[in-house]
Design a protein around this ligand. Structure first.
Ligand code: EPU
Length: 417
């Protein structure tokens, strides 16, 4: 077990290059299950969730090889093997094996997913989708058994625009007989990335990125090469860290359009944001306005950036309100920020943040983005060293964090805890 040590107070300066997106990668990897020849993914992030997913695919019989940011998955030897326990429990995104295995083999037995449990995260919409496609879903001692004699296309309305359910239904529907439409589909860029891969594999998908997705089932899918889109949440975290430390940072290899909600909010605070084709420069200022932020589904402000944004808002003058309309209780970072001297109270789904300086403390990352919030907070504290434990949460989603922050001039290192 390691902890992250940060002596803050230095403005971040320089260029950081953003890796591929975690939330795309961990859907693109199981998508390979549907193919009948080798799938190659590049621009893959170097994060623990990707490493665990690669091991799960190997356990299922795929041949997996990795070099730098590229992975090759040959799924020809894959077998329909129940996975009630083990590594699937370590990941939230292991639920994608349900749709992918169902599409390929007509059945799947997968343990309930683990991952960041910042609040109960139901998968009822995934199950509703599988059932609409003709599958029978039973719960067998904590694992879901999903079986269909023949998947058939259906019209599926999602009660919530769920990223996971949209992708899982796309997987199963790609191999169903006939046409499936998903209404109230999630529109996140990661959905478009997955649809792009599936299309290159031979699927027939229209409308990804809109609220209606149409999938015409096919009988065979082949391998291909695909480049993972860049990670808008990592990019956003560095944008926030640059602003919080009053630095000047070029965030490279990003899609600025995916960051519009954050860009707008940073500008409202008084941060200077310059957009280029594939990069964004953040120029911090000495004083920031307090603002209100509402986390919503895409293209709204991302819930995954809500926690680091909380830390930035402690740098503003006055009272900011930050509400999360996706996960109403995703505030495990708040008590830790309070330990660092922040004046924040949570009222329902809203954090009320009074601006003011922070101090160093020993704090614990309760989940991935809560950890990112603590990193941003620690970077603002001059001279003293903040200790962040549970760093393995942060390693799930931030590619080479210590290296990147060091390049930007931060004093940050790991120690055994
Ligand atoms: N929901 C349901 N029923 C379902 C599915 C979702 O009620 O069957 C609700 C959730 O409780 C939540 C909302 O719908 O209130 C949205 O959940 P969604 O399904 O979109 O989330 P997810 O697919 O489980 C992904 C990311 C999360 C990110 C959310 C929202 C992965 C593996 N995870 O989760 O990423 O917060 O979308 O954008 O892709 C993170 O990266 O730190 C992270 C938690």
């Amino acid at each position: 077990m390691e902890k992250l040590m940060i002596r803050g107070g230095k403005p971040l300066h320089g260029t950081v290059t953003i890796s591929g997106a975690k939330n795309s990668a961990i859907a693109l990897l199981p998508a390979a299950v549907l193919a009948e020849s080798e799938v190659i993914l590049d621009n893959l992030p170097c994060i623990s969730d990707v490493a665990i997913y690669a091991e799960i695919l190997e356990e299922l019989g795929a041949v997996v090889s990795r070099k730098d940011d590229e992975i090759r998955i040959n799924p020809t030897g894959l077998i329909s093997k129940p996975m009630p326990n083990g590594k699937v429990k370590k990941l939230r995104a292991s639920y994608y094996l349900m749709g992918a295995m169902l599409g390929r083999f007509g059945e799947a037995t997968i343990g309930m997913p683990g991952g960041c449990n910042f609040e109960p995260r139901p998968i009822d919409q995934h199950i509703k989708g599988f059932e609409a496609l003709g599958a029978v879903v039973t719960n067998e001692q904590g694992a879901l058994h999903i079986k269909a004699e023949q998947l058939r296309g259906a019209k599926i309305y999602l009660d919530v625009a769920s990223v996971g359910a949209t992708i899982n239904i796309m997987f199963a529907a790609s191999r169903a007989l006939g046409v499936t439409t998903i209404e109230n589909a999630a529109k996140e860029p990661e959905i478009v990335d997955v649809a792009t891969l599936l299309t290159a594999m031979g699927a027939k998908i229209k409308g990804a990125g809109t609220e209606t997705i149409r999938i015409e089932g096919v009988t065979q899918m082949k391998g291909c090469r695909h480049t993972v889109i860049s990670d808008r949440i990592q990019a956003g975290t560095y944008m926030i860290a640059a602003a919080a430390t009053r630095g000047n940072v070029l965030i490279d290899n990003v899609i600025p359009k995916h960051l519009e909600a954050l860009t707008a909010k940073l500008e409202e605070m008084g941060v200077e944001v310059i957009e280029y084709d594939e990069s964004i420069r953040i120029i911090g200022k000495s004083e920031y306005n307090a603002i209100d932020v509402k986390a919503l589904v895409y293209p709204g402000f991302p819930t995954d950036m809500q926690s680091p944004m909380t830390s930035l808002l402690t740098c503003a003058v006055g009272t900011s309100l930050l509400s999360d309309y996706v996960y109403g209780t995703r505030f495990k970072h708040v008590p830790e920020l309070v330990l660092m001297g922040a004046n924040i109270r949570v009222e329902g789904r809203t954090a009320v943040i009074e601006g003011g300086p922070l101090r160093a403390a020993k704090v614990e990352a309760a989940d991935l983005r809560a950890g990112a919030a603590l990193v941003v907070a620690a970077l603002t504290v001059p001279n003293e060293v903040t200790e962040i434990t549970n760093v393995e949460y942060i390693d799930r989603g931030y590619d080479r964090l210590v290296e990147n922050l060091s390049i930007l001039g931060a004093e940050v290192w790991r120690e055994d805890s």
